[in-house]
Write a protein that binds this ligand. Structure first.
Ligand SMILES: NC(=O)c1ccc[n+]([C@@H]2O[C@H](COP(=O)([O-])OP(=O)(O)OC[C@H]3O[C@@H](n4cnc5c(N)ncnc54)[C@H](O)[C@@H]3O)[C@@H](O)[C@H]2O)c1
Ligand SMILES: O=C(O)CC[C@@H](O)C(=O)O
Length: 528
């Protein structure tokens, strides 16, 4: 029975989808040691930001195939550890965009009109209209840091409210900013000019403590800063001090370096001009339904053997690409399997050459598929699209990809894999024919035309009378049935290759006799 563990509160719509294909256990608030103790029973894990999936938990997850994060950030998942173990990590990159953007806008408005403090004072019996005079957003300068999905929505709404919007995002082009009618500025200039700064960038080693005491000092004393992105981007102690001292006009935070926010955090000591919310950016009914459906559908699909649309750890292999390239990926994998069995030992270099019309396809998924095939001979089922590149790197396999669109061998082009190790080099080429049929078209540069089959035998031999007959008789004597046979040669009576498709595998003892046939130089049984 396929089993899914849901370890954070997830919208019921997601649970209903998972229940179509699996037994779903909802167990929220599990301590890490308990999660580690039970995770071995599960094929899939669905989380929000409450569960931290460490390398230790992934190590204990013997059956786990997929971790689904109902939200954007996967910083609570050890993605490299999941990749190493071949566990797919998926998220919902867009399901809570609007919710998070609206939270940032809500905090900007609340901050400029002192909403929480005015409310608390009124509830406590006060009627203080003078103390809570605020500011308008209209005509103020907003600096958006990170002009991605959420930052762009904030910028759009802010413009509609009459704000002058500037942005800092080193990965956004001038054309894109122009289209959005947003001025791109360097970070120091943005902080110096802004009346409001709103952060919408990821937390990475580069962005940690990006907003520090030094940068806060460059802001106007009336300026306010909002962080609905990730904790750790702002130095919290420096921010608390800047708000307390009046270095800046105020701040509003939804996210913290350590969550839940520690009881002793200096932020909790600031009484005025600071608003804190407990990571509520994605907490709207709409967003929770969106992310739950998005991620549950992906978990369901992966458990049914279908591709996921938002995989975090197989870049470039989204569902659409997988579907379009299905036979081409299958060809790359088959050629990889074939090549590793021809090489018969460790490989130090793999060249993946996309020839003719094949060169129009994206190379990266085909390289991953070739590596998966290549490594499956040694690693069996533990190798998959998620960990193939990493495993190849760890084994020191140097991968080269070449696009040669001038080559014109077949209508749809062809794919050639070549490998080298200390002893020898081998190459195989294949093509996808009409109706998605796969063909092996060369072996070590010898032309053949063979449909891959489960059991095969490849030989390198001298092209001389009697050799094919002897091999046929030998296999017949051992009750190994030949389904088809192909010989490829470049010159008469020179070197040649033979490809036999067999109904049965070749026993090792029979292989010794094959090698003993006069004229046979190499014989490689292959199982696909
Ligand atoms: N508070 C919440 O509940 C909540 C909800 C959803 C998302 N988030 C967070 O909001 C942030 C933005 O999410 P998104 O969906 O818009 O992501 P996104 O990937 O669409 O956008 C992020 C942008 O940041 C930019 N960026 C990267 N490094 C930068 C740097 N050093 N300086 C400036 N810009 C940089 C990128 O180029 C990109 O345009 C993320 O940190 C995400 O985890 C928080
Ligand atoms: O699960 C949550 O509520 C956090 C969501 C948000 O931070 C995200 O990264 O999507």
């Amino acid at each position: 029975m396929t089993k899914v563990l849901v370890s954070d509160p997830i919208d019921q719509a997601g649970i209903d989808i998972l229940s179509q294909v699996a037994q779903v256990d909802v167990r929220t608030g599990l301590p890490p040691e308990e999660l580690k103790a039970i995770i071995g029973d599960y094929d899939a894990l669905m989380i929000r930001s409450g569960t931290t999936v460490t390398a230790e938990i992934i190590e204990a997850a013997d059956k786990l195939r997929i971790i689904g994060r109902a939200g954007v950030g996967v910083d609570n998942v050890d993605v490299p550890a999941a990749t190493k173990r071949g566990v797919l990590v998926v998220n919902s990159p867009e399901g809570n965009t609007i919710a998070a953007a609206e939270q940032a806008l809500a905090l900007m408005l609340a901050l400029s009109r002192h909403v929480p403090h005015a409310h608390a004072s009124t509830m406590a019996g006060g009627w203080d209209r003078k103390k809570y005079v605020g500011n308008e957003l209209y005509k103020k300068k907003l600096g958006v840091v990170g002009l991605g999905k959420i930052g762009s929505h904030v910028a759009r709404v802010a413009k509609a409210m009459g704000m002058d919007v500037m942005a800092y995002d080193p990965y956004v082009s001038a054309e894109r900013a122009q289209q959005m009618q947003v001025r791109l500025l360097p970070l120091p200039a943005l902080f110096a000019e802004a009346d409001f700064v709103s952060l919408h960038l990821p937390r990475t080693p580069d962005t940690e403590n990006l907003v520090n005491a030094e940068l806060l000092k460059t802001m106007k004393s009336t300026a306010r800063i909002v962080n609905c992105a990730r904790g750790g981007i702002i130095d919290e102690a420096a921010l608390a001090e800047a708000v307390e001292n009046g270095t800046i006009g105020g701040a509003a935070l939804d996210v913290y370096a350590k969550e839940p926010l520690e009881a002793g955090s200096p932020l909790r000591q600031v009484k005025e001009r600071l608003i804190l919310t407990p990571h509520l950016g994605a907490s709207t009914e709409e967003a929770q339904e969106n992310v739950a459906i998005d991620v549950a559908e992906q978990i369901r699909d992966v458990l049914l053997g279908l591709p996921a649309r938002s995989a975090v750890n197989i870049p470039g292999l989204n569902a659409e690409v997988m579907e379009q390239l299905k036979p081409h990926l299958q060809l790359a994998e088959t050629l990889g399997q074939l090549l590793s069995q021809l090489a018969g030992g460790p490989i130090s270099e793999l060249e993946v050459r996309l020839q003719g019309d094949f060169a129009a396809h994206p190379a990266q998924p085909l390289v991953v598929a070739a590596l998966k095939g290549l490594l499956s001979t040694a690693l069996g089922d533990s190798i998959n699209y998620v960990n193939a590149s990493l495993e190849a790197k760890e084994r020191g396999i140097h991968v080269l990809e070449v696009k040669d669109d001038a080559s014109r061998d077949f209508a749809g082009g062809s794919l050639q894999l070549s490998c080298r190790n200390s002893q020898a080099s081998h190459s195989v080429t294949g093509a996808v024919f009409a109706e998605g049929e796969l063909r092996i078209t060369t072996i070590d540069e010898f032309p053949v035309n063979v449909a891959p089959s489960r059991h095969m035998l490849f030989t390198r031999h001298r092209d001389m009378p009697g050799i094919i007959g002897q091999l046929g008789s030998l296999l017949g004597e051992h009750n190994v049935n030949i389904a088809s046979m192909q010989v490829g040669r470049r010159i008469v009576r020179g070197d040649a290759v033979m490809v036999l498709s067999l109904d049965d595998p070749i026993p090792p003892s029979l292989l010794v006799s094959v090698h003993a046939i006069n004229g046979i130089q190499e014989a490689h049984p292959v199982t696909l």
